[in-house]
Ligand binder design. Structure first.
Ligand SMILES: Nc1ncnc2c1ncn2[C@@H]1O[C@H](COP(=O)(O)OP(=O)(O)OP(=O)(O)O)[C@@H](O)[C@H]1O
Ligand SMILES: [Mg+2]
Length: 331
């Protein structure tokens, strides 16, 4: 296979906190190919945004690295970082607050270009006009201010700003979560149009597996800082391997998954897991109806099965064993 556009290698990030602190992200690894959409799903607090910030080099990992097109982003010299930073952009959930309210829309969109010292003022204005057209806004909108626009329109502005540096990768962190269903559909369609036009790779982050499965080629499921399952979107949703993925799928009809509680997931009642607790075994096992004795003591590693799917669960690694399939750590 071609060298991946993005190669995330065993990223870990711990925040200061009680005791040993909180592992927000633990040994997360995945790759992203050009033009591909990877969905990243998991409950509130599982580490999705922290992983996004690590990818953009906005925070420094304790361990691991981010490699873009064969060049190590993490810890690269300043100049190299600056160049690599152009290649990964992000769109947040709350577009209005991610825009500067005192700057016009045009200045907001052009800001990344200005910060990177690219183009003349005239060139930046031309780039803004072209982008406004691409995202379905009018050229005249560049003179208006963010508060004059609706949530969906602000998201179009944020997308335009994310594209002005011609990135290869765009991270959408809950970018459509706050939008009404019909507006959400419009923004998703715009995202897919732009992806096809520019061959963009997307990391699409959401707590809502229902939305993630509609847009993703592959999906990574996160639980308390770890990727516990990763595989093609269709297969993962049709036949989930990890009990947590299965629980998320059962929870899809719940109107607002952010509000769901342990019991809504149809999981065993038990001590709700906390990332700051020292857990020698699988982080999910206190809630798992299918736990085995060893789950309490040994953490299962994300293992790639011969089908190409990956899962961190002994239910599958032992099946591997009996059928003689090979295991390796991360793909
Ligand atoms: N700057 C920080 N300092 C300390 N702890 C942090 C910091 N940022 C995040 N955390 C902790 O790291 C964990 C992961 O948080 P993160 O925001 O990445 O989760 P998330 O999956 O994006 O959640 P949500 O779905 O609510 O956006 C949480 O326990 C959070 O409290
Ligand atoms: Mg988040």
């Amino acid at each position: 296979m071609a060298e991946p556009l993005l190669d995330v290698r065993a990223l870990s990030k711990r925040f200061a906190g009680s005791g040993d602190g909180v592992f927000a992200v633990k040994e997360a690894s995945f790759t992203l190919q050009r033009g591909e959409t990877m969905g990243l799903v998991g409950e509130s607090g599982c580490g999705k945004s922290t992983l996004a910030r690590l990818l953009l080099n906005l925070i420094i990992p304790d361990q691991g690295s981010v490699v873009i097109d064969g060049t190590v982003f993490t810890g690269a010299p300043r100049r190299a970082q600056r160049k690599l930073r152009r290649r990964v952009q992000i769109v947040f959930q709350d577009a209005l607050s991610s825009l500067n309210p005192r700057m016009t829309v045009g200045v907001n969109i052009a800001e990344p270009m200005r910060l990177q010292g690219l183009g003349t003022a005239t060139e930046r204005r031309a780039a803004v006009r072209a982008l406004l057209d691409l995202v379905g806004l009018r050229a005249g909108d560049s003179e208006r201010y963010p508060h004059e626009f609706s949530g969906g329109q602000c998201q179009r502005i944020a997308i335009a700003r994310a594209l002005i540096l011609r990135p290869d990768i765009v991270v959408f962190d809950e970018a459509v979560s706050a939008l009404d269903v019909s507006i959400r559909a419009q923004i998703l369609r715009l995202m897919l149009d732009l992806q096809q036009r520019f061959g963009l790779a997307y990391l699409f982050i959401s707590h809502d597996l229902g939305v993630v499965r509609r847009v993703s080629d592959r999906i990574a499921v996160m639980y308390l800082g770890r990727i516990v399952e990763l595989g093609p979107a269709e297969e993962l949703c049709r036949a989930p391997l990890h009990p947590y993925t299965a629980a998320l799928l059962r929870a899809i009809p719940i109107a607002d998954p952010r509000r769901m509680r342990v019991n809504d997931l149809g999981l065993t009642e038990g001590e709700a897991a906390r990332p700051d607790k020292r857990m020698p075994g699988c982080a999910f096992q206190p809630r798992c109806a299918q736990r085995l004795p060893r789950c309490a003591h040994e953490p299962p590693a994300l293992a790639t099965l011969s089908t190409g799917r990956s899962v961190a669960c002994f239910l599958h690694s032992s099946a591997d064993h009996s059928t003689g399939l090979t295991r390796s750590d991360v793909p």
